[in-house]
Design a protein around this ligand. Sequence first.
Ligand SMILES: [Zn+2]
Length: 487
Amino acid sequence: MSDALQQEQLVKEIPPKAADLSAWYTAVCLKAELVSYSPVRGCVVLRPAGFGMWENLQKHLDERFKATGHENAYFPLLIPESLLTKEAEHVEGFAPEVAWVTEGGQEKLEERLAIRPTSEVIIGVMYAKWIQSHRDLPILINQWANVLRWEKATRPFLRTMEFLWQEGHTAHATAAEAREETERMLDVYQDFAENVAAIPVYAGAKSASERFPGAVETFSIEALMPDGKALQSATSHDLGQNFSKAYDITFADANQQIQHVYTTSWGMSWRMLGAVIMTHGDDRGLRIPPKLAPIEAVFVPIVRGGDTSTVEKAHELAKGLRGAGYRVRVDDRDYTPGWKYSEWEMRGVPLRIEIGPRDLESGSVTVVRRDKSKGEDGAKTSVPFGELPAKLRELLDAVHDSMYAQAKAFLESHTFVVSDRDEFFTKCRERAGMIDIAWCGRPECEAEVKTATSATTRNTRALQTPGAKCVACGEPATVNAYFAQSY
Ligand SMILES: [Zn+2]
């Protein structure tokens, strides 16, 4: 098969992104070998290319958790039913999604065991044992784990029964400290989204109906996908004393008075990778922001007439770059260069380093940026061998910045400040993007909008125009809210 034909075929297997985001998304997840469907309904296999992105997400988030004083621990997967049912709102919220273990070996269990849908309960029970005095506080623990929620649909990263995430759980002596922690972790998530995943987000408080079951207040970061639907990318919950009262987590304060602690929980899952894929990908496939890319740069040596000196040089340069802390690979497989270019573009590697016989003579390589189109200014740069370690950092930073700028331009051009009721309902129905209105905060009003348009509040912030009326219903407004349809 000719080179041009091979390339054409590779591209054909991915439908155009603008025409059908859903088909494009699934094709990219499978073709870029991020995931495979498994024989287990609702569960996917995370393949090395996908797990590599997850590992980088973990690395960057974990650094941020440690820098804000948190430690990692691990709690059991199974939760006895009698424990799960103690916090009424929490159990009601999760009941439809819980999977139960009813048998072990040959025996039927006396008490059913839930497979964790989240770990507030099991962690709360342990905190009750560990905390006695105000000197034991705060407790700042994070867990990297899998959880299981009984879902019907399967969409890689966005909706699967079993998924990977992190869940932070903290306990504090005062309400103010717990709220401060909740807001600090929301900031951590926003910082990660923007500076690692190159995705701009809106941060704010969830409405009462969208709150985590059992939380006093839930905060979220919300990203906007190319189809105009919002994607909740992380949440941070102030649980007040709801869980500490249900699970009897108390401490003796400085005056020997017994008090209930204040707890928080916060989480980001591999759903964030779904946001990355949809936000940044194009018709050629994935575009991975450099900090999440398992391979930051791939060498493609061009071999002419059986002379493999370009391959040897590529390996030598790659070794030097690895020593300087880069994640690089040399593609010395027996395919044509054109085929390799298309394949690595589809897999979203941020930089491609071409090295041919002429480059070898001039002592330089050609670096090609994945974020730019062919022929675009700055798409190709010639870099002398010796300057490669320094120049690569600069180019990766430039790729990140341009991907972020593109995503931000999209978010801004699809955010609408609306003050007219008809326009509000039309924009919600049309899935125009993030629709920002003065809002009354009433669950009834939110329910009416949802019934009429499928849009819900994504998050809220302080009222921008004091004295404004709710754009949806005309009652006095209390906050500003972003409405959108959502994943
Ligand atoms: Zn209203």
